[in-house]
Ligand binder design. Structure first.
Ligand SMILES: Nc1ncnc2c1ncn2[C@@H]1O[C@H](COP(=O)(O)OP(=O)(O)OP(=O)(O)O)[C@@H](O)[C@H]1O
Ligand SMILES: [Mg+2]
Length: 336
């Protein structure tokens, strides 16, 4: 659906050149909710903007629905842009237009008939659950409501692809969840392919099926979200994920602790319990659970447990070996 082929974008300012995107290649399939993650300045927005040619390429190519972006000109380019909707962190609504007018404007520009516009806007407002706000101005809406209007507007022309540049970064956690839920509905009910840029891994974990990780202009890893989160291949990805999963052992525990602390990662909700009780009796060790949580990636659970192990040192050693074999991953993070 969208294929990046050796895409590079270089900005020249005075004497400086910035290689914002460097030789990026990957494919987004029809029906994906595709997450592009990475830190500030990684080149995410620049890459996303190449899809509707808001950003020209320095080299390489982008194929949209099988056609090179370079072949889109004039009326064909306008048509392409109508098929690709875009939403932003700060919503970008016209403040002097009502909710209804914000959406209708897009359709007027695309030469829709008056009656069709009315029907379509009302249908969209119903879909995003804002029928009662048709005559309201954006300044009277909450952030979440503004983003819903922006989504309705982006979909107005029966859009096939929705580009989202940090769509929830200006929203609180609860509103974020409801906007993400709406985007999932857009994908599932309307069949829209969604590309989301974010620096929040939680966004990717909750709704994306595939992801690309960007660092300093390059894509360092792509894959199925569950695969990337449970088995990252690239060092940058590993650090990014570790950063969100990190548990700092409180100093008072760290000082008084005997025996190692291990981080156990397991797939499934209850997979750790049996392993812990089995190894405790096999090797005559004791476990002290310091921290534990279960994350959901899509709807699949990934468990993380921090345990302190005490007992005879050879028994503890054997236990760690057994844990390494029986869990998804066992990592000694403090060897006391
Ligand atoms: N129009 C421009 N002119 C010059 N440099 C630019 C331009 N747009 C982006 N850049 C530079 O390109 C690099 C990538 O920027 P980009 O906005 O794509 O990153 P990003 O990953 O979206 O970051 P953020 O998470 O902060 O939005 C940065 O170094 C940025 O300063
Ligand atoms: Mg950006």
């Amino acid at each position: 659906m969208v294929e990046f082929r050796n895409v590079s974008v270089t900005f020249k300012q005075n004497k400086n050149t910035v290689e914002a995107v460097k030789n990026v290649s990957f494919t987004i399939n029809k029906g994906d909710i595709f997450g592009i993650v990475g830190g500030s300045g990684a080149g995410k927005s620049t890459l996303l903007r190449t899809v509707n040619l808001l950003q020209p390429l320095s080299s390489g190519d982008v194929l949209v629905n099988g056609s090179s972006i370079k072949d889109y000109k004039g009326a064909k380019l306008r048509q392409l842009r109508q098929n690709i909707g875009m939403i932003f962190q700060h919503f970008n609504l016209a403040e002097n237009k009502t909710v209804y007018e914000n959406i209708a404007f897009v359709l007027k520009t695309a030469d829709w008939k008056k009656n069709d516009i009315k029907n379509r806007v009302n249908e969209l407002l119903k879909f995003v659950n804002l029928s009662d706000k048709a005559d309201t101005y954006p300044s009277k809406l909450s952030g979440g409501q503004k983003q819903r209007v922006a989504i309705a507007r982006a979909l107005a022309n029966n859009t096939d692809i929705l580009l989202c540049d940090e769509p929830t970064s200006a929203l609180d956690a609860e509103t974020t969840a409801s906007v993400l839920e709406l985007l999932k509905e857009v994908n599932e009910k309307l069949g829209v392919t969604i590309i989301i840029i974010t620096h929040e891994l939680d966004v990717v974990k909750s709704i994306c099926n595939r992801t690309a990780v960007m660092s300093e202009g390059t894509v360092v890893e792509t894959g199925e979200v569950y695969q990337v989160f449970t088995n990252p291949q690239n060092e940058f990805t590993k650090q990014l994920i570790a950063h969100t999963q990190n548990f700092e052992i409180p100093p008072e525990i760290r000082e008084n602790i005997t025996g190692p602390v291990v981080k156990i990662t397991y797939l499934g909700e209850r997979a750790a319990e049996a392993v812990l009780s089995q190894t405790a009796s096999d090797y005559n060790v004791r476990y002290n659970i310091l921290h534990g949580k279960i994350e959901y990636i899509g709807s699949k659970p990934l468990g993380i447990l921090y345990v302190n192990i005490t007992g005879e040192s050879s028994d503890v050693e054997q236990t760690i070996k057994a844990l390494s074999e029986k869990t998804y991953e066992t990592e000694v993070i403090l060897s006391a």
